[in-house]
Design a protein. Structure first.
Length: 269
């Protein structure tokens, strides 16, 4: 696979970013019963493009009732046109913006994150935190009680490779235990009074962890920068691998090795 293909295509599985659970503490600790904003782009799909910035599961389209007269081939054509338009939007941004493949340079990481944000905004795509929010909503919307909800959150965190270095899960369950002991029954998510008690306990936990609601934008920015660095590291690895593979060919064996940082991705699009 060519380097340009590697840039524009990703495998069916999500890239395993090595994030700690603290990177998502706002999303699952300040207010764990969050709601995903309804955006026109799906959460995840079978084929990821541009480092997971583009993702289009067929089931997303299937959830919506097809308008009268829009069936079969026409529906598939609409899906294809939608994907094509967003893909071309992303490519258009990448052709204009300079990306330096240097994950160790904070400026390069910041620029890459900025470019990815521009792509998301112009193509109406999810940020990583929005994906996580919607994953939580999608997988927990039919769960009636708080305990099962938190167990599902633990499962989601595990699947995403998050480590609970702050002990958030234990503190969450302790808070739930305290509330359920006070109300003398399992806490249901539609129990407004019980949920208010739980939120009060979470406020205490947040204060202990140094988490403030007003700092949400800062936490999200930190998360996006960490993700940007991880993606640049992956791009660097792919670029080095592609160049090493090319050097094994007879006609390129005498070519000088190029510094990855000198590569201009725009030349590969």
């Amino acid at each position: 696979m060519s380097f340009s293909s590697r840039l524009l295509s990703r495998s069916k599985q999500a890239t395993p970013f090595l994030l700690s659970i603290s990177d998502l503490r706002i999303l699952v600790s300040i207010h764990p019963f969050i709601s995903c904003r309804r955006i026109s782009i799906p959460l995840y799909g079978s084929q990821a493009i541009l480092n997971q910035q583009l993702a289009f599961p067929v089931r997303y389209y299937a959830k919506e009732t097809a308008p009268a007269g829009l069936k079969g081939d026409e529906m598939l054509k609409d899906i294809f046109r939608d994907i094509k338009q967003k893909f071309e939007t992303a490519i258009g941004v990448l052709r204009k913006e300079k990306i330096t493949i240097d994950p160790e340079d904070p400026a390069a990481v910041s620029q890459y994150a900025k470019v990815m944000k521009t792509i998301r905004e112009k193509a109406s795509l999810f940020s990583e935190s929005q994906r996580i929010q919607c994953t939580i909503e999608e997988e927990t919307q039919d769960i009636p009680d708080a305990r099962t909800y938190f167990l599902k959150l633990q499962e989601i965190r595990t699947k995403r490779g998050l480590s609970d270095e702050l002990g958030v899960e234990a503190m969450t369950m302790d808070a739930l235990e305290k509330v359920e002991k006070e109300i003398k029954q399992p806490l249901m998510r539609n129990d407004k009074k019980g949920m208010a008690l739980l939120m009060a306990e979470f406020d205490k936990v947040n204060k202990k962890l140094g988490i403030r609601r007003e700092d949400l934008p800062k936490y999200e920015e930190e998360l996006e920068l960490k993700i940007a660095k991880a993606q640049l590291e992956e791009l660097k690895k792919d670029a080095v691998e592609a160049m090493e593979t090319q050097r094994k060919r007879e006609e390129f064996k005498d070519e000088k090795v190029v510094d990855v940082r000198a590569l201009d991705i725009r030349n590969f699009l």
